[in-house]
Structures are given as structure tokens and as C-alpha cells.
Design a protein around this ligand. Sequence first.
Ligand code: RIB
Length: 279
Amino acid sequence: NMVNKQTRTIAVLVPDINNPFFSEFIQGIEEIAYQHDFIPLVYSAGTQNQKVNYYLKELVRRKVDGLILAVSGLDEVILRQLASQQMPYILLDQSEKQHQSDEIMVQDLIGGQLATDYLIQQGHRRIGIVLPANSAWNIEQRLLGYRKTLAAHQITVQEDWIINTELSKKGGYQATDQVIASGVTAVFAVNDELAIGLYRGFAERQLSIPENLSIVGYDNVDWCEYVRPKLTTVRQPIFELGQEAARLLLDRIADPKKAIQQRILAVDLIKRDSVQTVS
Ligand code: RIB
């Protein structure tokens, strides 16, 4: 059909393809795309706006049928352009303000609360959080969950409990000395990669987890069961997130006029061996 020239391609932009969260997310997308005879093109776009914007421009020019954007810090101007060009897109985890496109989110506030609450239940009082300084909206929600939970237990967050680092294994590793210096007995690492980086930092200093530090991660990537001790974490339904993102996008491509849709998926706490009970 000459009017509706579909390329049957969708583009997927993630910040870091090296993070198993995004590999599993992409597999979910792929499954649905394949069933519907669409081909996903995947980009590990980093966190720099420039590269993201470049890809977006090119992808529009090359006529993909739609976009799944799992990158943060998206330029509002570009998003408006996408909308005005009638380019369907789905945001994962991004802003609450937007609400101009289909969006898929997770209960991040609850996730932050679950992690922190569990540490309190296990007897911890000095609890840190490891996260990037200027985080994406979903991670800010996890921080809010942490703060709310501590406040609800009359625990005042000390400034040095908020430990800022890059969102990666390396970031977690590099935060080790700061975590030790802060004097916390437990941390909430806002993703599993950070936790795994801390594992290495602690091992290199002959310190043990959970005896010297209890850790709760976030995501439940498959590695959680392959590290020692197995990582306690907040599970996101990662594969399902990918499937849902693809479904929303394909629905939108099929019916551009339909009402904006928002999906929120649930999280839960997976208890393993990285948290010690203290009295
Ligand atoms: O691990 C990567 C993080 O970025 C995940 O927690 C996910 O929610 C994404 O936003």
C-alpha cells in the first residue's frame, strides 16, 4: 500500500546494553515483535543527549514505524517533534509529567519502600542508598521510597548515607570506600549492577557480605543467583516489561488515534542471602 508504507521496523534505545536488565528487556520486545512480523533495531545509546538525539533524528529519517525509548534525559523538544511527525513512541520509566505518549512504568516508589522496610525489619538502623546524582525519574522514585520509609520509622537520613556514583558495576565498585566510611550497616543499591560492584569492592578489602554490609539490590537480573551470597533484590518483571512495551507500541502503530495508555507493573522483594539480621 503506497499510502501507508510500513517498514515493519521498530527501534529500541537503551542506555546500556551491557546491563543484563536491558538484555532481558530487549528479549521481551523481540518476542512480541517477531510474532507480529516486526524487526527491532537496538541501540545502546548511553546517557549523552547528543547521541540519543542523533539516533532519533536518523531513525525518523530512515522511517522506522515506532520507537521504544528506555533512555532518560530525553529532550522535550525532540519528543514534541516526534509527536508532530506522528511517530509512535513508548517511554519506559521516564517522566510522570509527559503523559503525551504511551508509557510503561514500574512501582518504583513501592520498590524503594520494600527494600528499605525489609532492612529495617532485619534490625538495621543505619541504612545507606547507592545511586547516581542526577537520576532518571524512576530511580528518584526509589530514593523517595527509601526516604519515606526511614521517616516513617523516625530514622533521620544522614547526609553521607546518600552515596552517589555512576549507575554501573564500576560505579558500585568505586563507591566501596564511601560506603565503608559512611558507617552504614546496610545499603539499598538502586540496581543490581551497583550491588555486584560493591561485592567486588568488599571482597578486595577482605570484607564479607552480609557480615560487614547487608545489601538489597533492584531489578532481579539473572546474575542475582550466580553471585555469592545470592543477592536479595526487588524484582521487576523485566521480560514482561519488554513484552508490554512492544505490545503498546504495535497497538499504537496499528491505531494511531487510540487514547494514550499507561501501564504500571508491580514489583516484589526476593529474599536471598545478602542481608544479615542484626539485633
Ligand atoms: O538497571 C537499570 C535500571 O534502569 C533499571 O532499574 C531499570 O528500571 C532502568 O530504568
